[in-house]
Design a protein around this ligand. Structure first.
Ligand SMILES: Cc1cc2nc3c(=O)[nH]c(=O)nc-3n(C[C@H](O)[C@H](O)[C@H](O)COP(=O)(O)O)c2cc1C
Length: 323
C-alpha cells in the first residue's frame, strides 16, 4: 500500500460544451486549481488555423494561463498520428503550456470515426499517436495523455499506460471507468495502485470526486499526487479550495452559494462577449442545473429561468432574482 502524499495538485477536467474559457476563468479564480485543460479539439486530416485554436483557448493570448494564473493545456482528439502531431506543433508554437491527448471520449460519433476511447482497444495506436506528438513539439512542452480503464475490458489499462509511458508522455490522467461504464458510479479507483506498481509515469486520478470526503478516500486508495475533478467542480466550484485547505477551511453551502451568486451575472456577461446572448443563456441554464445538484438555492432559479427564451429578458430576470 502506497501512503497518501501530503502535497498534491488538482486539475480542472476538460468538459466539452461545459468547461469553456469563461467557466475556466471563474472556477480558477475561486482558487485551488493547479491546471486546467481545454475542451477536446477534434483533429481529422486538417491543420487547425491559429484562429480556431485561439477560439478554444483564448488564454493562448494571455501566456496560456487563466486570469488567475492557472496554466492551461490544449487537448486534441483524433486517430491519425500525423495530423495530431501537426496540430500539437501548431499549438506549441502559439504558446501552449502543454498538450493533452484524449483517448477517453465515449461519444458514438467520435468512436465511429476512430477517435477517443475506441483507440484503447489498440495500445500500439496510443503509442504511435503519443510518440508522434511527443516528437513534434519542443521538449520543454509537456505531452500528457487522458484515458479510461479501457473500452469494455478494464484489464487493457496496463498496456495503454505502458504505451503512453514508452511514447514519452509526462503524465497520464486515468478516468477510472471503461467506455462501456459511461459515467455511471462508481469510479474504480482501486486499479490505480495496481498500475502504479507496474509503471513509473505519474497518474492523475479522475472520476467521482464530488466532496472533500470523496477526495480523501480517493487519495487513500490511489496514493496519487495529482487529481482531476470534473462534474463535482462544476456543481461546487469552491471544492478545489476546500480540498486544498482541508482542515483550515470549511466552506458552508450558504457561503458557496453567496460566492456563486456574485459571479453568475459576470458569467452571463462574459459568455455573451465570448459567443452570443443565446449562448450565454444556454450556458447559464446548464450551469444552474449543475449547481442545483449541490445548492438548493439554485433550484428555484433554474426552474424559473429555464423556460425563458429571450437573452435580454433572461439577463434582467437573473439579476432581479439574485438581488
Ligand atoms: C459533459 C462532459 C464533457 C466532457 N468532455 C471531455 C473532453 O472534452 N475531454 C476529455 O478528456 N474528457 C471529457 N469529459 C470527461 C471528464 O473530463 C472526466 O474525465 C469525467 O467527467 C469524470 O470525472 P468526474 O467524475 O469528476 O466528472 C467530459 C465529461 C462530461 C460529463
Amino acid at each position: 500500500m502506497i501512503p497518501p502524499s501530503r502535497s498534491f495538485s488538482l486539475h480542472l477536467a476538460p468538459m466539452e460544451g461545459v468547461v469553456d474559457f469563461v467557466l475556466r476563468d471563474l472556477i480558477t479564480e475561486m482558487g485551488g486549481v493547479d491546471r486546467c485543460v481545454t475542451e477536446f479539439i477534434r483533429v481529422t486530416r486538417h491543420l487547425h488555423s491559429p484562429a480556431i485554436l485561439e477560439r478554444y483557448a483564448p488564454e493562448l493570448k494571455m501566456g496560456c494561463r487563466t486570469r488567475a494564473g492557472t496554466p492551461l493545456f490544449i487537448q486534441f482528439l483524433g486517430g491519425e498520428a500525423t495530423p495530431m502531431a501537426e496540430n500539437a506543433a501548431q499549438a506549441a508554437e502559439l504558446g501552449a503550456l502543454g498538450i493533452d491527448l484524449n483517448f477517453g471520449c465515449p461519444a458514438k460519433t467520435v468512436n465511429r470515426h476512430d477517435g477517443g476511447a475506441s483507440l484503447l482497444k489498440t495500445p500500439e495506436r496510443v503509442f504511435q499517436i503519443t510518440q508522434a506528438v511527443r516528437a513534434a513539439v519542443p521538449l520543454a512542452t509537456p505531452v500528457t495523455v487522458k484515458i479510461r480503464l479501457g473500452f469494455d475490458d478494464p484489464s487493457i489499462c496496463f498496456e495503454n499506460v505502458l504505451a503512453a509511458e514508452n511514447a514519452g508522455a509526462q503524465a497520464l490522467t486515468l478516468h477510472c471507468r471503461t467506455k462501456t461504464d459511461g459515467y455511471r458510479p462508481p469510479a474504480y479507483w482501486e486499479w490505480i495502485p495496481k498500475i502504479r506498481e507496474k509503471t513509473k509515469i505519474p497518474i492523475v486520478a479522475n472520476g467521482e470526486i464530488w466532496t472533500v470526503e470523496d477526495f480523501e478516500r480517493c487519495q487513500e486508495i490511489t496514493g496519487c499526487t495529482s487529481y482531476m475533478l470534473g462534474r463535482g467542480a462544476v456543481a461546487r466550484p469552491t471544492l478545489f479550495r476546500e480540498i486544498k485547505n482541508q482542515a483550515a477551511e470549511k466552506i458552508s453551502i450558504q457561503q458557496s452559494w453567496s460566492q456563486i451568486k456574485m459571479v453568475l451575472p459576470r458569467f452571463f456577461a462574459a459568455s455573451t462577449d465570448y459567443r452570443s446572448g443565446s449562448f450565454a443563456q444556454a450556458r447559464t441554464k446548464q450551469w444552474l442545473k449543475a449547481l442545483a445538484l449541490k445548492h438548493d438555492d439554485a433550484k428555484p432559479l433554474f426552474e424559473e429561468l429555464k423556460v425563458l427564451t429571450q437573452p435580454e429578458q433572461f439577463r434582467s430576470r437573473l439579476e432581479q432574482l439574485l438581488s
